[in-house]
Every structure is written in C-alpha cells, then in structure tokens.
Design a protein around this ligand. Structure first.
Ligand SMILES: Cc1cc2nc3c(=O)[nH]c(=O)nc-3n(C[C@H](O)[C@H](O)[C@H](O)COP(=O)(O)OP(=O)(O)OC[C@H]3O[C@@H](n4cnc5c(N)ncnc54)[C@H](O)[C@@H]3O)c2cc1C
Length: 390
C-alpha cells in the first residue's frame, strides 16, 4: 500500500487549499510538499483581490463559493485569511458596456450580489472618480481583498490538524510513473509512494511535468505592484477598483496606503521563476501613477512608498489548466492561473479534492479547463479585452 494517498506539490493557495479539503472532507492521507515555505511564492505577493465578476459560469461559481469561504473562514477552515469586505468597483469604457451588462445578468442568475451603475451612481459611490470616459460601472458590495500568505498558511495549518503531513523546504524532484500510472514523488529525502499526485506548483509546473512528456503552454512573467500612500488631507479609496479603461487595478491597504497593478497583457517579460528582478521599474511606477491620476485627479499628490514584483504563470487563454493529465492515471495538475487564481483557491481546492478522490468536481464543472484544450484548439475566449478579467 502506498505511504500516502495523495501528494500535493506546491504550498501556494491552490495546493494548500486542496490539501485541506482532501484531508478534512475526504479523509485522505495527504503529504503537501513545498520547496520553500508555505505561501512564500507568488501567493504571498498576491494583491489578494476577491471579486466575482467573471464571464463564465464555472469561474463565477468558484468565485462566489470562494468569497463565502473567505467571509466565514474561521468557521469553514479555521484561522483567518484576513478578508476585508471593502466592495469592488469595475469601470468599463463605452465599448465594453454591453458585455458588462450581460455578465452582470449572468452573475445575478448565479446568486452574486452585483449591479450595473451609470455615471451618476458611480459618482455617488465616490465623487472624485472621473467618469466622462466611462460607459458603465459594476459594483459588488460583498467583495474585497484577503491576504495570500495568511490564506495559504491557514489552509496548510488546517490540513495538518486533519492529519496531513506538511513538508516545507522539501522540493519534489521528480514525479514517478510506472507505465501509465503515477506511483509517487521523489524528494531529496527519498521517495514518497502515492496513489495520486496533484502538481500545483505555479510557475514551476511546466518544468516538473516536461520530463513526463507533458508539455504545458505556461509562460512565467513578471508582474509589478506599486505601493502608494494617500496624502493626509485626502480620503483614501474605499473599494477595490478595476479600471478597464486605464488598464489598472487599485486595492486599498491599511493606514491610507494602497496598491496599484496593471491588468494589461503585454509586452510580457518572460523570466525564470528562480531568478528575476523582484523590484519595480521606474517607468512602470510612472505609468500606473499617471493612469491613477487620470481616473482620480484628487490623487495627484500621492507618495510612492515602494513596490515589488512577483510571478504570473500565464496560459495562452489566460485561464488555468485544471484536471487529470491524459494517459497517466492518478496524475492531476492545477496551474497556469494567469494572475487571477487567488480568489478562486478556496472553492477550487474543494472541487479538485473531489476530482482526485471521486472523479467529480461537484457543483463546478472544470472540464473547460482541461489539459487537452490547447491541443484541441478549444481555448477559452475572454469576453473582455483584458483576459485576466475572465
Ligand atoms: C503580484 C501579484 C498580484 C496578484 N493579484 C491577484 C489578485 O488580486 N487576485 C487574484 O485572484 N489573484 C492574484 N494574483 C494571482 C494569484 O496570486 C495566483 O494565481 C495564485 O497565488 C497562484 O497560487 P498557486 O498556489 O497556484 O501557485 P504559487 O503561489 O505559485 O505556489 C506554488 C508553490 O509551489 C512551490 N513549488 C514549486 N516547485 C516545487 C517543487 N518542485 N516542489 C515543491 N514545491 C514546489 C513554490 O515554491 C510555490 O510556493 C496575483 C499574483 C501576483 C504575482
């Protein structure tokens, strides 16, 4: 009998959430392997935005269920994901108004509290927002942001309480296969025999699966975030803001500070996940700051406090690769989250655990994210100009 039922490779939000659900709901013997520290990769640098605005049914269902878990984290998981319910505002240019309205209708049918705002209603939320170039807004009162590191470490701690073994500073060197079945994982401390293996190792996933002949179209790119401070005489922004017109997102933080990042897709700088520039570039700081001031002119006096960069694992259609790896029984993958995987991770772990143990992902059908979709030419087409919005 294998030493463990499931080995999960990668202690980001995806792997640690799945390890939790495998151990707690399905009573599996789970080993979670993390090459560094749990939550210490891109998850720990995530801006942590939790919103439900997506244009596909499975993504909306995952985001909605995840938001509920974030909001009741202590009761469902134990501990805290540090979720802050700030509200979420999306601003769309006139050309994307019809899409926004259609998506909001779909979300409402699936139970999301969301509504379309006209310019007056946007100004009612915050009169400082410039709206003359905005076609429509969307507001979700229940959304907000959470903390990536807190989320991953809370899931891993809860998995451990349910009997999982969490091994930090332990890299999976190789996934072991015998014929067309996975048999375990090799680590520097030896082999772990397992009935199933889930590879949830973010930007490192492609390299881990390549020796098995599994070619995943995941590129690793650098994503920058700038930390700014609102001047004392200016009230901070209350909600998370995604602005399709200027291509930025803005997320409140503690003490009048806030983060800005970009939702634009290029030009992407492809980097090695083990060696990249973790700082911010001067021209990026200038670009996103100018766009912020375009949208909120009252913010012209904001001070730059710092910034950092981390990694996106990007697929050709900006959607994750989820599910069984064809032709190798017991091998599963969950990677390629393309900069929007954090908000999905609580419910995705639940769905993946069901898929690994019972072959069914429950209420959310993950088939559109299958590994084979690229070879089949069945890419997922975002309804928006920015694929990350989904
Ligand atoms: C700056 C930034 C901002 C973001 N903002 C948002 C946001 O606002 N909202 C949102 O929803 N998403 C956001 N994202 C995306 C989101 O954070 C990621 O999609 C998500 O964290 C991915 O989690 P993961 O667990 O799949 O992968 P990762 O966080 O990449 O974790 C993978 C883990 O696997 C480990 N690992 C790798 N190889 C091995 C090995 N061989 N053996 C053992 N362990 C291994 C790594 O060390 C790492 O800890 C952002 C991402 C970044 C970088």
């Amino acid at each position: 009998m294998p030493a463990t039922d499931v080995v999960v490779i990668g202690g980001g939000c995806t792997g640690s959430s799945t390890a939790f659900w495998l151990a707690s709901r399905y009573r599996q013997r789970v080993t979670l392997l993390e090459q560094r520290t749990v939550g210490g990769g891109p998850t720990g640098r995530s801006s942590g935005i939790v919103r439900m605005h997506y244009s596909y049914d499975p993504l909306i269902r995952l985001a909605l269920r995840s938001r509920d878990i974030f909001a009741h984290f202590d009761g469902v998981v134990g501990g805290s994901a540090d979720f802050k319910r700030t509200g979420f505002l999306l601003l769309a240019p006139p050309g994307e108004k019809a899409m926004v309205v259609a998506n909001v209708r779909l979300q409402q049918r699936l139970g999301v509290a969301t509504s379309v705002l006209d310019r007056d209603a946007i100004a009612g939320l915050d009169p400082r927002l410039r709206t003359d170039d905005v076609g429509a807004g969307v507001y979700e009162p229940d959304s907000g942001y959470a903390d990536g590191y807190a989320t991953a470490t809370a899931f891993a701690a809860a998995a451990r309480r349910h009997g999982a073994e969490v091994q930090e500073a332990t890299a999976a060197l190789r996934v072991l296969v015998d014929g067309n079945r996975v048999t375990g994982v090799e680590t520097p401390a030896g082999r772990i025999a397992a009935g199933a293996v889930l590879v949830a190792s973010g930007p490192w996933t492609r390299g881990l699966l390549a020796p098995l002949g599994v070619g995943l179209p995941i590129r690793t790119t650098r994503h920058q975030v700038v930390l700014l401070e609102t001047p004392p005489q200016v009230a901070p922004l209350k909600s998370v803001l995604v602005d399709l017109g200027t291509g930025i997102y803005v997320r409140p933080d503690v003490g009048g500070q806030f983060l800005i990042g970009s939702i634009e897709e290029g030009p992407d700088e492809e980097v090695s996940p083990d060696a990249f520039n973790e700082g911010t570039d001067f021209d990026f700081v200038e670009r996103v700051s100018r766009r912020l001031v375009h949208r909120v002119p009252a913010f012209s006096g904001v001070a730059v406090k710092g910034g950092y960069a981390s990694l996106y694992d990007v697929t050709p259609d900006w959607q994750p690769i989820l599910g069984a790896v064809p032709d190798t029984a017991g091998l599963f993958v969950a990677a390629g989250f393309s900069g929007h995987g954090f908000k999905l991770s609580p419910a995705l772990g639940e769905a993946l655990a069901g898929l690994v143990v019972e072959g069914r992902s429950g209420a959310v059908d993950l088939v559109m994210f299958r590994v084979s979709r690229f070879a089949e030419g069945a890419l997922i087409h975002s309804h928006y100009a920015h694929g990350i919005v989904g």
